[in-house]
Design a protein around this ligand. Structure first.
Ligand SMILES: Nc1ncnc2c1ncn2[C@@H]1O[C@H](COP(=O)(O)OP(=O)(O)O)[C@@H](O)[C@H]1O
Ligand SMILES: [Mg+2]
Length: 266
């Protein structure tokens, strides 16, 4: 059984004259222990797809099976049980500024489990060690670099050893070195801990480093679903442009990012 199955997913915002069809019949599966990259130009529906996959948005039509359970239309109570199986890395890192790095990483542990404070503290230290941030445990997010903030967000996303980790543009705003560090951690989660990664990105270098499978979206439809080799060997002009880095990558994502954070609140 595939750990994730996305079946004929449609997502339309608004209705009537103002309806915007953002996803139009998206199908793919993700196998346990692989990294799937979701690619495409800005506004192509990548973040929307990710939000549907984590149950932050309901699909207008179709199904999303996570470890066998269809989360489309699922009640919040049941959804929270499924959410326990995955971690999410926000585009901005989205750490709470008033809390220390350690407290931020401990948030989901406190939310999902009844562990004692001392146990949470140990779990937090293990995760911070894993991402090379143990020394930053008692610092505030504003006191550490963007790359470190991102790693702290990553430690928080995997705090409960999830089966699946979802990432939206994990290297947005990072330099190539910090990006490579994040990619290495994403690969570590897969190879050392058997996690399944679903990564929205437009950084071709990252795709080459981390992707086992690729879903490329264009105007809400899948224009490529295959391996890294399939992507690199494609002759479709849109895909060739992407591989050559000639695509409108970032920009216009700030609003989507704010919504993403407010949608999740965890
Ligand atoms: N909550 C929303 N309400 C209305 N339109 C939205 C909403 N979220 C996203 N959209 C629209 O859906 C389209 C795809 O957005 P998004 O999924 O953020 O694309 P990407 O992440 O690929 O840049 C954009 O046209 C965007 O304006
Ligand atoms: Mg986006």
């Amino acid at each position: 059984m595939s750990i994730i199955k996305v079946e004929n997913v449609h997502k339309t915002f608004g209705s009537g004259d103002r309806a915007v069809k953002v996803l139009q019949g998206v199908d793919f599966t993700v196998e346990k222990g692989e990294t799937l990259c979701i690619l495409g130009g800005s506004g192509g529906g990548k973040s929307t797809l990710l939000k549907v996959m984590i149950g932050a948005h309901d699909a207008t039509e179709g199904h999303v099976f996570i470890d066998g359970d269809d989360i489309v239309g699922m009640r919040e109570k049941d959804l929270n049980k499924v959410r326990r199986k995955f971690g999410v890395l926000f585009q901005s890192g989205a750490l709470l500024n008033s809390m220390t790095v350690g407290q931020n990483v401990g948030l989901p542990i406190g939310f999902h489990t009844k562990q004692a404070a001392e146990t949470i503290d140990i779990m937090v230290k293990v995760k911070l060690e894993q991402v090379g941030l143990l020394d930053a445990k008692d610092r505030l997010p504003a006191e550490i670099s963007g790359g470190m903030q991102k790693r702290a967000g990553l430690a928080r996303a995997v705090a409960l050893d999830p089966k699946i980790v979802f990432y939206d543009e994990p290297s947005a705003g990072l330099d190539p070195i910090a990006t490579a560090v994040i990619d290495e951690l994403i690969n570590d989660f897969k190879t050392k801990m058997g996690m399944t990664n679903v990564v929205v990105t437009h950084v071709m270098e990252s795709v080459r480093r981390i992707a086992d499978k690729i879903v490329m979206l264009d105007k809400g439809k899948v224009i490529l679903y295959g391996t890294l080799d399939d992507l690199l060997n494609s002759t479709d002009p849109k895909i060739v442009n992407f591989v050559n880095g000639e695509i409108d990558g970032q920009g216009g994502d700030d609003e989507a990012q704010r919504r993403f954070v407010s949608d999740l609140l965890m």
